[in-house]
Design a binder for this molecule. Sequence first.
Ligand code: NAD
Length: 254
Amino acid sequence: MGRVQNKACVVTGAGSGIGKATALRLAEEGGKVVVSDINVESAQKVADEIKKSGGIAIAHKTDVSDFKQCEDLIETCVKEFGTVHVVVNSAGVNIPGVFHEVSNEIIDKTLNVNLKGSMYTCRAAIPHMLKHKNGSLVNISSVNGIVSEPFLTVYSASKGGVVMLTKGIALDYAKLGIRCNAICPGWVDTPINYAHAEMMGGLDKIYKEIGNFQPIGRPGEPIEIAHLALFLASDEASFMTGSIVSADGGMTAQ
Ligand SMILES: NC(=O)c1ccc[n+]([C@@H]2O[C@H](COP(=O)([O-])OP(=O)(O)OC[C@H]3O[C@@H](n4cnc5c(N)ncnc54)[C@H](O)[C@@H]3O)[C@@H](O)[C@H]2O)c1
């Protein structure tokens, strides 16, 4: 038996990075996975990889900033796999900039994808989870949901919102079988950071000096976040709800 055997799982932003590693890990542990991304080609590749290894997966094109598409995502999971037990919200954007120079469009996009996207999928999934009084929602926030960094004010505001979204859902549904937890990753080696790295002097420079802000002295790997997402999704985390769990190489220990 796998650790999420037969659970119906939705992972957003699953075409790349942390979401991809999480979708693969859930499938390895017996989960049936809807691999969702705005980039459907990348989602399809991940779903194909899962199926090739004997797992169960389908791809879904979702722009999480659109509630109707989030509803369709959850309905697709229910239609294919009977219900929804797990949602991992990993879709995200990080568009860095000097706060007063950032356009209102960038502000809207950042909040719509990072914060409202997580709200939308949770809201669409909860009515199904209430039917069987069982569900686990895992939101990928960020260390920037707890502490900010230069050029990341808007991103940090969106991720701080995800922390409070997580706590609010946890309280509202604690007695109804639905758990909601958030992960706050430090710097993980994925494309979402490339623009920020550019503003900070380039990826090579960042990785040479990473020990100055991430004590472990290296970037995280997506799989290191996926292991934690799997744990929180599974019944092994049955006493955890409303938890904000850092996986950041010691960044927020300072
Ligand atoms: N990489 C890090 O250092 C780091 C640190 C802290 C938090 N995070 C968070 O982890 C999550 C995953 O990021 P990642 O590092 O895997 O980056 P990534 O760029 O590898 O993956 C992000 C995915 O989200 C998808 N996406 C973007 N906009 C979308 C939308 N509107 N609808 C649906 N999908 C959309 C992209 O297509 C991409 O596949 C994000 O929420 C990010 O903020 C990442």
